[in-house]
Ligand binder design. Structure first.
Ligand code: ADP
Ligand code: ZN
Length: 606
């Protein structure tokens, strides 16, 4: 690939962005990622759901004259949607996977060879079966590996077939690889790069912060209370939709029945339903006919619905990666959305059992523990989440239940200093229990063998019982002062933030330890951080109606015609001419030609 300068790429990319997508600017990092790929570099892209990952690998297909981009994804269900969205924007794309007939797949490969496809989505199984046959004769400009965390044993969603992707770099060392994922902790990130054999990859980490999502958790609400809270949620968003995640199939059906009995439009979704029922429910949800979908985690992978206004977890998820991904389905349009987590000890028992049966018990238990800690956190929940993904967060968010009703805090400077110094003096080779033994001066065998009973810190925390220490260490973990290396015997390490705190002898507060008692917290807030300015809601709903008509006529889901965000922008701009319509965010060349008459006509009459 010839080297182009940053500014060549930038001006060409901006023109294509406007022309094909109708967007005026790139999101943070997109252009840097695209540029790195165009300059032939391997890239590792960590960007939260909704951050705009697809653009990063689609744009190189448009920039590279006559080149194609091959996108590997494990989410077959998502591929056809992506292809539909690209096609609607006038970008030739296609997908090859096991849900299409063999004849269709073959036709796609022929089109690819004849350069009639610029972006090809393909499942990893399919890619690996015959890649050596076609790849050498094809001007591949980029391999994009979506959901790249699936390659790592340390990730939360390991898929053995993904490990074969290490072949790509061997087969085509000349083609850059872009690995993308929405969730990966530090260990998984390094593992992705190593396993794919990326050569000095450029790393891009977008912020995981989604400030428009409110966060809340509630321990052990009764079933009746859960239903009434969900009902309230639906009433607060009567024209929009949300997801209730349940752990079991039966629970999804029960919840859907409860909500339907109260007159809401709700349906269940799980892997035990027939394919046609699942498709219908999913369509109804996407098209906005359902207020609530009660689903197992089978639902949502690759659902590109930008206006989901709330997500409720009826049960504790197995790890923070899944939780984050699931709540991340709300508010992808950037407007305020609510999330709420219910959990109970029964969930824990079920999840422990799953983890025992998983064959990856150790790592899964560790991840479950972090999930629990989050649910019971006395620390701002957003800080916990961000620190978990190794994104230092030192300030409270004011949009979670902990921030809204903070627990009693006290000056814990001395406690934190003692704990940090024990961790420093064991040089990151002691587990949580060992640290507690050292602090409490317990001469356990492990401690004595390593001569830790001789440390000056030994016994300095004798005044506090072990469960207090455990709670305080857990808060320190959540605040990002320490970290646990679960690829290294779960040893505790101090983070740069912890080191700084020690060095500067800064004061710090912790939440006072109280015995865990089931308590109900205020579920959700009515506070809306609306940042979109005024939109006339009646115009908007009329526009939505028009969009539905157009979508029905064209046989595509409404969001393929225009996203909610585009409609909002339109409602504000009120375009009455072709030129004005072209200025709407999300209106590219293709959609301009296709829709300007109908929509400007709408504004001439409203
Ligand atoms: P991800 O794959 O990271 O979850 P997507 O690629 O699906 O996210 O992008 C999320 C949404 O953001 C999509 O509707 C997409 O069209 C939109 N989007 C992406 N890039 C831009 C941009 N530069 N300007 C405006 N919208 C964008
Ligand atoms: Zn907060």
């Amino acid at each position: 690939m010839e080297k182009k300068t940053h500014s060549d790429i930038s001006s060409a990319a901006h023109a294509l962005l406007r022309r094909f997508y109708g967007y005026d600017s790139f999101r943070p990092m997109q252009l840097d990622i695209i540029t790195a790929a165009m300059q032939g570099r391997d890239t590792l892209v960590i960007m939260p759901t909704g951050g705009g990952k697809s653009m990063c690998y689609q744009m190189p297909a448009l920039l590279a004259d006559g080149g194609v981009v091959i996108v590997v994804s494990p989410l077959i269900a998502l591929m056809d949607d992506q292809v539909a969205a690209l096609t609607a924007n006038g970008i030739p794309a296609a997908a090859v996977h096991s849900l299409h007939s063999e004849a269709d797949n073959r036709a796609v490969m022929d089109a690819l060879m004849q350069a009639r496809v610029k972006v090809l989505y393909i499942s990893p199984e399919r890619l690996m079966t015959d890649i050596d046959r076609w790849s050498s004769s094809l001007p591949v400009r980029l391999f994009a590996i979506d959901e790249a965390h699936c390659i790592s044993q340390w990730g939360h969603d390991f898929r053995p077939v993904y490990t074969q992707l290490s072949m790509l770099k061997k087969l085509r060392p000349d083609v850059p690889v872009m690995a993308l994922t929405a969730t990966a902790d530090r260990i998984t990130r390094d593992d992705i790069a190593r396993q794919l054999g990326l050569v000095d990859p450029a790393r891009f980490m977008a912020s995981f912060d989604r400030p428009n999502l409110s966060l809340a958790a509630m321990i052990s609400p009764t079933k009746a209370r859960r239903v009434s809270i969900i009902a309230d949620m639906i009433r607060r968003h009567p024209l929009d939709s949300g997801i209730v995640y349940c752990l079991s199939r039966k629970a999804t059906e029960e919840m859907a029945a409860e909500l339907s009995a109260r007159g809401f439009r709700a349906a269940a979704y799980h892997a035990g339903l027939s394919g046609s029922t699942r498709n219908r429910v999913q369509r109804d949800f996407i098209d906005g006919h359902l207020q609530a979908i009660c689903a197992t985690v089978a639902f949502g992978m690759g659902i590109d619905k930008s206006n989901i206004r709330w997500v409720i977890h009826n049960n504790l998820p197995a790890n923070l990666e899944s939780y984050y991904q699931e709540i991340g389905r709300a508010g992808r349009d950037g407007l305020p959305a609510e999330t709420l987590l219910f959990y109970s000890f029964a969930d824990l028992i079920t999840l422990r059992k799953f983890s025992d049966e998983s064959g990856r018990r150790e790592i899964n238990m560790q991840k479950l523990q972090r999930m629990m800690d989050y649910a019971e956190s006395p620390v701002c929940r957003r800080r916990v989440l961000l620190n978990y993904f190794n994104e230092p967060a030192y300030t409270d968010c004011h949009n979670c239940d902990v921030c809204r009703t903070p627990p009693e805090r006290f000056d814990a400077t001395l406690i934190v200093q003692k704990a940090l110094s024990a961790i420093v003096r064991t040089s990151g080779t002691a587990s949580v229990n060992m640290i507690i033994d050292i602090l409490r001066g317990t001469p356990a065998t492990d401690i004595v063998r390593r001569s830790w009973h001789l440390l000056p810190t030994f016994g300095v925390g004798r005044d506090l019982p072990a469960d207090h220490w455990r709670a305080y260490l857990s808060q320190m973990l959540q605040m990002g002062l320490v970290d646990i290396a679960y690829d290294d015997f779960n040893h505790m390490r101090i983070t740069p933030a912890g080191t700084e705190l020690l060095r500067e002898r800064r004061n710090i507060e912790l939440a006072r330890y109280t015995r865990p008692t089931p308590k109900a917290s205020r579920a959700t807030s009515k506070r809306r951080a609306d940042n979109t300015g005024e939109t006339d809601e009646s115009i908007l709903s009329a526009l939505k109606k028009l969009r539905t008509e157009v979508a029905r006529r064209e046989g595509v889901p409404p969001y393929i015609v225009f996203s909610d965000k585009t409609l909002r922008d339109m409602a504000q701009l009120r375009p009455r001419t072709r030129e004005e319509f072209a200025a709407v965010e999300g209106v590219g060349e293709r959609k301009l030609a296709r829709y300007w008459k109908e929509f400007t006509n709408f504004f001439l009459h409203h």
